[in-house]
Write a protein that binds this ligand. Structure first.
Ligand code: AHR
Length: 498
């Protein structure tokens, strides 16, 4: 079967914000303890950070990392996680029913982000706490000195302010499961007052207000409308969260799920613009897709985990090859909306629904989903071109006719490169891609990376960590600025041109 793609150097869609390739680290399960932090591990440095894990994450070039939650943040006292480690309390952690030792906290996180050259995206607790804790925490992190909390930071060994620029006003406050769950009206008022206070302390910060926890939430999209009515002038981004699952084991429907994301994003954008017009504002609100991934494999086994353990193995989804295709499709979808989606965080980073897994005192390895993220983060920075696709389709129950080919192209002018990302959703038909590219001088192929596998349920495990991994033997060739390539059935492709 044939598919066509048309690209033109002069038809640009949007600049890609580097923060589209973000991650998420929550105090949940083994993400922190025995994930990134394990002082007893032979590969840990003096700070207790696992160097083998740092290396894998550094390679992903994660631009921003959301911390410390997630649901966890809505019950978190930031004060428990600063100061001498020996004095920090053990606490009942009510979001995930564990015991939090607080051995790792804000200052350790900031040191860890510097090791991998990434930026923090700090969430505050608007569940059990509110404006008062938020202002104290911001003063602790960002104020240079001469006040109670900034001097406390200095006393803790950090003379320079952390200067954290990006802050989340709570987490998933629309969700009944959230500690301190609120109505849109209650949350909107609180978020707005908190935003005013925080920007009074440091006007250079940017704030993300909570949108819906998923497109299927019963309060979507009124939630966004009400929250933005309250907060529009004092916030900068509104969040979106979405997790994908394949409980029904229906590959065709599963791969089509990212189609729903287009509607989700476009609806949130239109609400932002509606409120903008209504308020007669000049300000544009952007989107922060700050939790997204596949999450379902571990849900049943998590119910059997005894409560009140320290760092139990929660949400440890072992991903399959088909999951990697969904992650690739989502990255393409985010790039296609780069005009309004400025931040996106793969949830999460290590052990908990994560691209990187570890064994306590053992190895670290890459899950299947690691690769599409790695490729998009490495080669997807620059400017997105408008894409016109013509492709065979297949019919789905949930999304009607869905294109077998999904693709996007990004030009990186500083490296003089053009990269095409493409997924073939078809279970059994390979596609003969004919891509016409206008406006460039002679293009050459750098490489054609492919992630494919005979078994859609294939996984990477500690015993077989390279079972699903990319090769660069794709058959793309360039002829007169036309790229011809076979895009095999069920494959993720990265065609790199110069
Ligand atoms: O990422 C796991 C959880 O999913 C987060 O804690 C929460 O925000 C979301 O529901």
């Amino acid at each position: 079967k044939k598919a066509k793609l048309k690209l033109d150097k002069d038809l640009k869609h949007a600049e890609v914000d580097d923060r589209l390739f973000g991650g998420f680290l929550e105090h949940l399960g083994r993400a922190v303890y025995t994930g990134i932090y394990e002082p007893e591990h032979p590969e840990s440095n003096q700070k207790g950070f696992r160097e083998d894990v740092l290396e894998l994450i550094e390679e992903m070039d994660v631009s921003v990392i959301r911390y410390p939650g997630g649901n966890f943040v809505s019950g978190y006292n930031w004060e428990d996680g600063v100061g001498p480690i020996k004095d920090r309390p053990n606490r009942l952690e009510l979001a995930w029913k564990t015991v939090e030792t607080n051995e790792f906290g804000t200052n350790e996180f900031m040191e860890w982000t510097k090791k991998i050259n990434t930026k923090p995206m700090m969430a505050i607790n608007l569940g059990t706490r509110g404006m008062d804790a938020a202002r104290n925490f911001l003063e602790y992190c960002n104020h240079p000195g001469g006040t109670y909390y900034s001097d406390l930071r200095k006393e803790h060994g950090y003379p320079e302010p952390h200067n954290i620029k990006l802050w989340c006003l709570g987490n998933e406050m629309d969700g009944p499961w959230q500690i301190g769950h609120k109505s849109a009206d209650e949350y909107g008022k609180l978020a707005n007052e908190t935003a005013k206070l925080m920007k009074a302390i440091d006007p250079s910060i940017e704030l993300v207000v909570c949108g819906s926890s998923g497109r299927g939430m019963p309060t979507f999209p009124e939630w966004e409308q009400i929250v933005l009515e309250h907060t529009y002038e004092n916030i900068d981004y509104i969040s979106l969260h979405q997790y994908f699952e394949n409980e029904a084991d229906n590959l065709e429907e599963y791969l089509a799920q990212t189609e729903g994301i287009n509607d989700f994003i476009e609806t949130v954008v239109s609400i932002c613009d509606f409120i903008k017009e209504k308020k007669g504002s000049d300000k544009e609100i952007y989107l922060s897709f700050d939790e997204w991934n596949v999450w379902y494999h571990s849900k049943e086994s998590d119910e059997e985990i005894e409560p009140w353990q320290i760092a139990p193995p929660l949400l440890e989804d072992i991903y399959t090859f088909e999951d990697a295709l969904v992650v690739g499709l989502m990255l393409i979808t985010l790039l296609k909306h780069a005009d309004r989606v400025k931040i996106a965080c793969l949830a999460q980073l290590v052990n908990v629904i994560a691209p990187v897994m570890t064994e306590p005192l053992g190895d670290a390895w890459k899950q299947t989903i690691y690769y599409p993220f790695l490729h998009a983060s490495k080669f997807g920075r620059g400017e997105v071109l408008q894409t016109r696709i013509s492709s065979p389709e297949y019919n789905t129950k949930s999304f009607g006719d869905v294109s077998c080919l999904e693709a996007v192209a990004v030009e990186n002018s500083s490296k003089d490169e053009l990269t095409i990302f493409a997924v073939n959703r078809s279970r059994d038909q390979s596609l003969e891609l004919n891509c016409q590219i206008n406006g460039y001088e002679k293009l050459y192929l750098i490489e054609h990376l492919v992630l494919e596998h005979d078994n859609i349920k294939a996984q990477n495990t500690s015993d077989n960590p390279n079972n699903v991994s990319p090769h660069n033997n794709g058959d793309a060739r360039v002829n007169n600025n036309r790229v011809i390539s076979n895009i095999s059935n069920l494959s993720w492709n990265v065609i790199r041109l110069k």
